[in-house]
Ligand binder design. Structure first.
Ligand code: IPE
Ligand code: IPE
Ligand code: MG
Length: 233
């Protein structure tokens, strides 16, 4: 396929609705959603996508009932333990975007170990946004910049980008949101300034290779102008 995005961000939404449709508890939807991640990573890698960022847990998701938050945290831990060895074999490099400090020590350790284990892989980067919020990320960047004593006139867009969790990655070209919602929900709000948006009614556990292909086709048909005039040809 021509005109592929280098970096895709996915807001993996609709796990709860997926479970509800089947008369199951919400956590079953989260489980089905977690199990879907490796399929989509593989599909992206096959297409030649360089970076996939998945929104797994937002800074706002702590506001859900304790039972759901605890279940999600346990599921994240289990998913890392179960999926990372296989992803490593398949050449996936894992990185984390978000504040680890509120996560359990076990989960923090599992993330660190996964990042270390896969650091030399180069087939695709899987960036997991976990306890991630775009506003909190910008606050973190500003704090670091102030702490470093940087002068106001030295503050540039590049400098701010370099203090975000995504430092060194290309900005996302395409943001996909499943489950039909059309909002960013605090996801990559700085980085996605010029991303193309794509929303699909498919619920995250049902988002497969075919759905990804549809999103890529839609992206390929977009004209990105970055504020300039359309190219004449
Ligand atoms: C997305 O699914 C997963 C997380 C936010 C962790 P939801 O849990 O938001 O599913 P819906 O929106 O209730 O269907
Ligand atoms: C966004 O989904 C967060 C993740 C997918 C992790 P939400 O379901 O939390 O977003 P809202 O509440 O519908 O905006
Ligand atoms: Mg939701």
């Amino acid at each position: 396929m021509n005109n592929l995005p280098r970096h895709i961000g996915i807001i993996m939404d609709g796990n709860g609705r997926w479970a509800k449709k089947r008369g199951l508890p919400r956590l079953f939807g989260h489980r089905a959603g977690a199990e879907n991640i490796h399929n989509v990573v593989e599909a992206c890698a096959d297409f030649g996508i360089e970076v996939l960022t998945v929104y797994a847990f937002s800074t706002e998701n702590w506001g859900r009932p304790k039972e759901e938050v605890d279940g999600l945290m346990q599921l994240l831990q289990e998913t890392i333990d179960k999926e990372v060895p296989e992803m490593h074999k398949k050449g996936v490099k894992l990185i984390h975007s978000g504040d680890p400090s509120r996560l359990s020590p076990e989960l923090q350790k599992a993330i660190e170990k996964s990042v270390e284990l896969t650091k030399d892989n180069d087939r695709i980067i899987l960036n997991v946004a976990l306890n991630y919020g775009g506003r909190a990320e910008i606050v973190k960047a500003v704090r670091e910049i102030v702490q470093e004593g940087i002068k106001p006139e030295e503050i540039t867009e590049e400098l701010i980008s370099a203090h975000l969790y995504t430092a060194g990655l290309p900005d996302p070209d395409l943001i996909i949101r499943t489950a039909g919602e059309m909002r960013l929900s605090n996801f990559l709000i700085w980085q996605a300034a010029y991303a193309e948006y794509y929303s699909t009614p498919a619920l995250w556990p049902d988002f497969d290779r075919k759905e990804l292909e549809k999103a890529l086709e839609a992206y390929a048909g977009r004209e990105r102008k970055f504020g300039k005039l359309p190219s004449i040809d």
